[in-house]
Ligand binder design. Structure first.
Ligand code: AHG
Ligand code: MN
Ligand code: MN
Length: 336
């Protein structure tokens, strides 16, 4: 079998859809190299002094793990030199990351979660990196304004994730299907292993942290109960699977079919949201799932239609197989 690398795949698809420029290839290549460096560190984590926390708390109010910090620094250092970005937003940085003046810039904006699921690192559970790529609305030398960065998810040019699991995989979309590449460590390349991934129309898995059930409103409790008791109502059982790494939970459900839920809960002062972040987590995953034939909503609204008002705004997330997400949407609208 001929082995196709990410860049070869991109170039082949470019013939059909001449959207991607050499600059986009450059961007993706730099991200891939960052992922390889992070993946190497993750795979040797137990041997290096990289387990545990840095002792700091990030803008999200969460403990920063040493590998969070490492992954964040690798991505920023590589990507700021790539000559294709005008700004970055990281889950770990409170403000927009500007490109230092000495480096050339471009019109792409990179939004990322350097290490997702990092509370799992010390237990050797699969974790990941999530990214979304946008373009600024005007191409000029002035520094990018916040309003150019706060774009709705449907404006993404590409989105993807890298999963550091039993193998390391890159899954991405540039708007024409979702493609998965597995890192072959013997040649150091991501090779096409999962072309044109489609999520099953209906799944058999629901993924949610049921330990928080007492924080949910009645509608949410009923919705989760519907999946839990589906055998009684629909004659088919769902399995509960919850890793606690969005990338890993999402990836499993993408392959097998299912729904991942992180609802709003009463720990939020306004009770309107959960833990996940719109721009660096929900929007990239929503772009991927839609390209794979699935759906992503905040309960009612399509995630990709939400206009962000803040860089680190949070959003409830229901994402996965179309029929399962529609069940949730219908139940919330019946309760409204
Ligand atoms: P991060 O490690 O980037 O802060 O994200 C962790 C997220 C996400 O990966 C996962 O789905 C969720 O936290 C799990 O949260 P709970 O522990 O509250 O279930
Ligand atoms: Mn995350
Ligand atoms: Mn993270």
């Amino acid at each position: 079998m001929r082995q196709v690398t990410v860049v070869e795949h991109l170039l082949l698809r470019q013939k059909e859809r001449p959207l991607a420029s050499g600059r986009f290839t450059r961007l993706l290549n730099e991200l891939i190299l960052s992922a390889k460096i992070i993946g190497r560190e993750v795979s040797r984590a137990g041997l290096l002094d990289v387990l545990g926390g840095t002792g700091e708390v990030n803008v999200q109010g969460e403990m920063v793990q040493k590998l969070d910090d490492f992954a964040n620094r690798v991505i920023i250092r590589r990507m700021e030199r790539a000559g294709v970005l005008c700004a970055m937003v990281s889950e770990e940085n409170a403000d927009v990351i500007e490109i230092p003046r000495q480096f050339p810039t471009g019109d792409y904006i990179l939004i990322f979660d350097p290490l997702d699921g990092s509370a799992n690192i010390d237990a050797n559970v699969s974790i990941g990196t999530i990214f979304g790529i946008y373009r600024r609305s005007s191409f000029n030398d002035e520094s990018v304004s916040i309003s150019e960065i706060l774009q709705k998810g449907s404006n993404q040019v590409a989105a993807g994730y890298i999963i550091y699991g039993s193998s390391t995989m890159l899954v991405y979309t540039a708007g024409s299907g979702v493609h998965g590449f597995t890192l072959d460590p013997s040649v150091g390349e991501f090779l096409l292993s999962h072309p044109d991934i489609k999520i099953p129309e209906q799944g058999k898995i629901y993924s949610v942290n049921e330990g928080y059930a007492s924080y949910w409103d009645t509608a949410t409790q009923k919705i989760v109960e519907t999946f839990r008791n589906s055998h009684a109502s629909h004659g088919r059982s769902y399995s509960l699977r919850y890793i606690g790494s969005l990338v890993s939970d999402f990836h499993r459900n993408l392959i097998y079919g299912g729904i991942f839920m992180y609802p709003a809960d009463a720990r939020d002062p306004k009770k309107t949201t959960g833990k996940l972040r719109l721009m660096c987590e929900a929007a990239p995953m929503a772009f991927i799932v839609e390209q794979a034939g699935g759906m992503a909503i905040d309960g009612i609204r399509r995630i990709l239609d939400i206009e962000p008002t803040e860089l680190h705004q949070r959003v409830p997330l229901f994402i996965g197989s179309k029929a399962d997400v529609e069940t949730v949407q219908k139940m919330y609208s019946d309760f409204a």
